[in-house]
Design a protein around this ligand. Structure first.
Ligand SMILES: CC(C)(CO)[C@@H](O)C(=O)NCCC(=O)O
Ligand SMILES: [K+]
Length: 259
């Protein structure tokens, strides 16, 4: 079994991937930006044990982290596991061509998204990832990752609004019955969920125009993709495991050179 780890700013997702390349088990943990390697190791051990696996069943591990403060703890944890491993964010050579002025700025999760989307759906392709940020990752017709969009995430912007507007309180992130909300809660759900869908539709249309690829595939991923997909017209595919599979694919890409 292979273990893919996506260390996001809010949550860390872990996926156990079998020989077929499919994610067969998936866990979510809060990302603790001050976690130690002992704590990370304990979480790994407990998660696996909870579903009848153990560290012995893991042959290799790859980690894509967008949280620099955890780089050291994860490196220490990987060293203690004594298994073949890879840190996606510290690669010298990117696994796909990156046509941007500062390729080392790009988040490891975005590289994994672009890599996996290209492999599964071909070029050009657009990924919309609803996480802490809502980011859009664009692969051009020639297969190069050319950039995209980074916007405030759904939860993040909703929480900021609840905090600053005294009369508004937290509401479940669900699709409202109408776009014209008739209660405060429905109006908020419209702004948050339908708003995210409309933003995705508008940005994707502009990106497709810039790419000269009006009908290209558009993949939705990330924790809130399913909710937005219910009211969004621009996605051709919902693929919640895209990032975890991409991390595995990057591993396979480098395996030859690693020996
Ligand atoms: C955009 C996020 C926060 C999405 O997780 C992450 O990929 C990140 O911190 N990226 C660095 C900036 C960039 O990708 O251009
Ligand atoms: K995540």
């Amino acid at each position: 079994m292979f273990l893919s780890v996506d260390v996001g700013n809010t949550q860390t997702t872990l996926g156990l991937i079998g020989p077929s390349g499919d994610v067969c088990q998936c866990w979510r943990a809060q990302t603790d930006k001050r976690a130690t390697s002992d704590e990370i190791l304990m979480i790994l051990t407990n998660f696996l044990a909870g579903r009848g696996y153990s560290l012995e069943s893991v042959d290799a591990v790859a980690v894509a982290s967008v949280v620099p403060s955890l780089q050291h703890a994860w490196n220490a944890c990987l060293a203690r596991l004594r298994k073949p491993h890879l840190m996606v964010g510290t690669l010298k050579e990117p696994p796909i061509p990156i046509r941007m002025p500062y390729p080392t700025q790009v988040g490891a999760d975005r590289i994994a998204n672009a890599m996996e989307a290209l492999a599964c759906y071909g070029a050009p392709v657009i990924v919309v990832d609803f996480g802490t940020a809502t980011n859009i990752d664009v692969v051009a017709p020639d297969g190069a990752f050319v950039g995209g969009v980074i916007a405030p995430g759904i939860m993040l912007s909703a929480e900021a609004l609840f905090q600053r507007a005294s009369k508004l309180s937290s509401t479940p992130i669900e699709v409202p019955p109408h776009t014209i909300g008739s209660t405060s809660e429905e109006a908020l759900q419209s702004g948050i969920v339908v708003g995210a869908a409309a933003m995705a539709e508008g940005l994707v249309a502009r990106i497709q125009e810039e790419l000269g690829a009006p009908g290209c595939p558009v993949i939705a991923t990330g924790g809130l993709a399913r909710t937005v997909d219910a009211v969004c017209t621009c996605f051709t595919q919902l693929d919640p495991q895209l990032t975890l599979r991409g991390i595995h694919r990057i591993w396979r890409h480098y395996r030859g050179e690693q020996g």
